[in-house]
Design a protein around this ligand. Structure first.
Ligand code: AQP
Length: 490
């Protein structure tokens, strides 16, 4: 198996060019390529934070670097032959690949402040020290249907903003996607990959955030079960989303749908997340997460946890006697926290709405976007305003604001006097222009064989590392007999 771990500060396109080049040179055993910041500095900056700041022109296709430059990169790259892995297990073992990947990640991380690959300054920051220094952020989108502008502005765009200053974990929550019951296995698989690729295309960088698939970290399901046993059923029955979706599903409503918020609590609490970027519709679930964490800490944390062992340290190395689970905060943007439907300004834009014309998907073509905006609901008032009494006008102006990055005042200066017939083409243009670079990057990511899988694998390795520790502490606090060995979860 050939596994490439590309970190440091390169743009993903740059890494992909390297990936291609190294494939040609790395036949045989596992090949790990580490790229130093000094190498990265010869290319355009990778600190792209959003689609508006970058376009496909900033990426470096293999043709844009000279042969000698590429050769120099590959000569500088450090190769870890199979035998150098710390694990002696078979080449296909994910645990050996995990430990090697961690090693490489840590090296790449520390190399970001050094001028040469062979010199690792002792004071250089490692991935571990960076992680302990930064506050942690966790979030995810379920791979049901297509990601729409609500998901993008309510959640994903904030993933990109927060990744610079946080230890970020972003997952595609595939276990949540099956709670509606009767899903198509083929669509789940496709949608999971598509969603992960959209995260990356929107600007989430695997250099800054761990991007992974929820079901690749078995601890999500385990912690969900443990938390189920401390969560009163009455709390779950009160959830608005459960009531609305259960009404639509009738008698076929699954236990999974009721349990959705406990799984979401597990997702968040596993990573000891400080901050969770979510749209307004998920704030109630986040409140529930806080309640579940509080209840767990009351039942098993503090002094009760302290008495659980002679050793004052927990399995993960934390001091017993404190809260076992961190109570998180929600992060919801002022604008974009609730993007409304195109066909009903009082209902949120949603993946599960059977009317395709009610939403704009991130991957919709310009023609489809133009059609949807042309047909969207309007009112009979002349001119455009952010009036609460005019939910459709307010929603579409907010969309204009979000796509252009303009303030409300600027949007009004430009659009207040427009009629619907004038405003709709203007809105179409800014939406299409905003989504164009994302769609182009999406195509590139999907066409690069192996790239997405390598990102997801590396993300899952890091996520498992953190999640396993929290789960071990939770089991310890609850009184489960310690496991003598770690079982591979992937
Ligand atoms: N309309 C929206 N406006 C702003 N944010 C939104 N989110 C969802 N809809 C809007 C946010 O997107 C993130 C991922 O959502 P999810 O995949 O968990 O699904 P959801 O919240 O149930 O909403 P969907 O995507 O419309 O799906 P369905 O139709 O199944 O309800 C979350 O942070 C969410 O807040």
């Amino acid at each position: 198996m050939q596994s490439l771990t590309l970190r440091a500060t390169l743009h993903h396109h740059q890494r992909r060019a390297l990936l291609k080049a190294s494939r040609r040179g790395g036949k045989g055993g596992r090949t790990m390529v580490v790229v130093s910041s000094s190498m990265a500095s010869s290319f355009p900056s990778s600190r792209t934070t959003g689609p508006s700041k970058s376009s496909s022109s900033s990426f470096f296709p293999s043709s844009s670097i000279g042969v000698s430059q590429r050769r120099a990169l590959l000569t500088k790259a450090t190769f870890y032959p199979k035998s150098s892995s710390s694990s002696s297990s078979s080449s296909s073992s994910s645990s050996s690949s995990s430990s090697a990947a961690r090693k490489v990640s840590a090296r790449a991380e520390s190399s970001s402040s050094s001028s040469s690959l062979s010199t690792f300054a002792p004071e250089a920051e490692t991935s571990t020290t960076r992680r302990t220094r930064l506050k942690r952020v966790l979030s995810g989108v379920q791979p049901t249907g297509s990601i729409h502008l609500g998901n993008y502005f309510g959640a994903i765009k904030n993933y990109v903003k927060l990744q610079d200053e946080h230890d970020a974990y972003y997952c595609v929550v595939d276990l949540h996607a099956i709670t509606a019951g009767g899903h198509s296995p083929k669509e789940l698989e496709e949608s999971t990959r598509k969603s992960a690729a959209i995260y990356l295309a929107a600007g989430v960088s695997p250099d800054k955030a761990s991007v992974f698939v929820q079901s690749h970290v078995a601890a999500h399901s385990e912690l969900c079960w443990l938390l189920n046993c401390v969560s009163p059923i009455g709390w779950l029955e009160k959830m608005i989303q459960f009531k609305e979706k259960a009404r639509k599903q009738g008698e076929d409503v699954s236990v999974g749908l009721l349990d959705y918020p406990v799984l979401m609590a597990a997702d968040i609490l596993l990573y000891n997340a400080d901050l969770v970027p979510v749209g307004e519709d998920q704030r109630q679930h986040l409140e529930l997460t806080r309640d579940i964490a509080g209840r767990f800490n009351n039942l098993y944390g503090g002094n009760k946890w302290k008495k659980r062992g002679k050793n004052e340290k927990s399995p993960s190395g934390r001091y017993r006697g404190k809260d076992v689970l961190i109570v998180p905060e929600a992060f919801t943007p002022k604008s974009g926290g609730r993007v409304m439907s195109l066909t009903d300004g009082s209902a949120k834009m949603s993946k599960s709405n059977p009317a395709e014309g009610s939403r704009i998907n991130v991957l919709d073509s310009p023609d489809v976007i133009a059609q949807k905006i042309k047909r969207c609901k309007t009112d009979a008032v002349e001119g455009m305003s952010y009036d609460d009494e005019r939910p459709e006008a307010k929603n579409l102006l907010t969309m204009y604001e979000l796509c252009t990055g303009m303030s409300r005042e600027e949007v009004l200066n430009e659009c207040a006097s427009m009629r619907w017939g004038e405003f709709k083409p203007a809105l179409t243009e800014v939406v299409v222009n905003h989504l164009k670079p994302i769609q182009e990057r999406y195509e590139e990511i999907m066409s690069e064989e192996g790239y997405l899988d390598s990102v997801l694998e590396q993300g899952a390795v890091r996520a498992n590392e953190v999640a396993e520790k929290t789960c071990a502490d939770v089991r310890d606090a609850m009184g489960f007999v310690h496991r003598k060995s770690r079982y591979p979860s992937m």
